[in-house]
Design a protein around this ligand. Sequence first.
Ligand code: XMP
Length: 608
Amino acid sequence: MEGSVHPKSIAILDFGGQYAHLIASRIRRFGYPSYIYPCDIDPTELRGVAGIILSGGPQSVYDKGSPQADPKIFDLGIPVLGLCYGHQWLAHALGGRVAAAKVKEYGSTLVKRAEKEKSKKENDLFEGFPEQWTVWMSHGDEVSELPPGFIRTASTKDCINAAMVNPERNIFGIQWHNEVTHTEHGMEILRRFAEFCKPAQWSIKSYADHVGAQIKEEVGGKKVFMLVSGGVDSTVAFTLLNKVLGADRVQGLLVDTGLMRKGEVKMIEEAFAKLKIKNLHIEDASEEFFANLKGVYGPEEKRKIIGNTFLEVQKRVFEEMRNSEFGIRNEVCLLGQGTIYPDTIETGGTKHADKIKTHHNRVEAIQKMIEQGLVIEPLKELYKDEVRILGEELGLPHALVWRHPFPGPGLGVRILCAKNSNELKIENGKLKIEFQHTVLPVQSVGVQGDGRTYRHAIVVFGKDPSKITTEHLELATQVPNSNREINRVLLCTSQSERTEFSVTPGAITRERADLLREADDIVLQEMRNAGLYEKIWQFPVVLLPLGKGKGQSIVLRPISSTDAMTANAFVLPPEVIQTITKKIMQLPGIDAVFYDLTNKPPATIEWE
Ligand code: XMP
């Protein structure tokens, strides 16, 4: 009998950390279905899956409350691969021993195949590899004794049982991380395990067909109302619903908050026009947003007001539409959402993490509607890159679906506000920095340890203002580490002489939003011209209420990242920095341009 999860897929049991998502998305790239489950899932639900991968995790199997799976998973007769913590947990669960390693391994290590004890050919994941290769390790414990029935398949200098297999039961354990790019042959090992399990095939095309049938069945004779935010996910979801259900069964609403990027609404309108999708109502509510944000300065207060205004506008427009064009007065109407896979699962990762962040698509009211069958989420099984590929399949333009992530509150979190000058907590000149520098009288959000910080930024000045050096980058790590009052380090790219900047008080206004939109658009165009747009994860452009007199300034914040959890400042070539700075300095009222050099942590990607 089959269990309740996807048959013939590769199931990833999540022991915490960020590994499970990486493994699942890699397996899908090979063309096989893969889904993540909490590590303590009832094994009977897994009946019928093709294979099981136990992910890594940050804990020790002996830690109190450390994540545990049910050892009955081994009785299902399904191949199992344990990685890192998963390797240790399976050794422990099957009667081997795990102990604190004499030498903890972190980083690149050479691994060697166990010569005399080679596995049978059919379940040798390392067949044809060189005698030794480089892998990425991160562990304090190790498997000190193999469980009965297992043979060693690889060792490192400091870790004797780096890999093992039970050839009779098809249970594999590997201490190193195969899912990261630093491990040689790591992807090949994952691919071989997946192939060994003989899973079903998976592709976006087959998904689109399968989900099309599913949408029709779920919606039945009802209609779907959908909020299109302008972001990639809701745009693709709306397009898919239109294609599957037809225009008369779907109605979209896009609220223009006045805090979107230049030309964004038009870009979406044009893309839909090309696809002959006409059922998106665009409501210009910018006046309402600016009115509600008048005289508001605090970052959290701004967020709350933006969120609440959204809800008010949506409600009002929905009621108006209900009574007129959409004609759903007496019908049951489903709510469409662009939720994607990583937003949906409460896995071991979040369950064992200290803080649980509720995604806005999963707030209580929506959760209730989901239980009543009133929500349809056609992308809920897809990763972001898969959504983008699907978007292109559906005929949306490449440039639209591959846009950088953009925060829900839009430019609202990129327009810093000040009522008056913040009190400086440190005097200029007290910091021991060899560069000319000044402390800025504004604060921004950072993240250090587990908590968020709200601290000042410093600006350094150099002879060549468009050149970022290794010293600058080192400074960006060292200064926040050694000064509790500082969480960001900037380079001034518009001048080389040291200057003090003073506060130009201001809240969010249409004028300030328009100014930031222009600066943001300059950056976007230059990134495309330089062929750098798709190499950068995200490029916030921030407006600061700081200048030399009554002016303001702009911060450039290009970053590289894989998941937004951590990020590094992206270093642009000097000529690009120079061009962008020159163009931005020509905008009215801009006194300075800064470049944010800080990684996350200690800073965050956005300033608020
Ligand atoms: P931080 O600034 O925390 O951002 O390093 C991490 C990622 O989340 C995005 N972000 C938001 N997205 N609503 C959103 O929908 C928000 O309030 C919000 N704040 C930050 C940010 O752009 C980055 O990708």
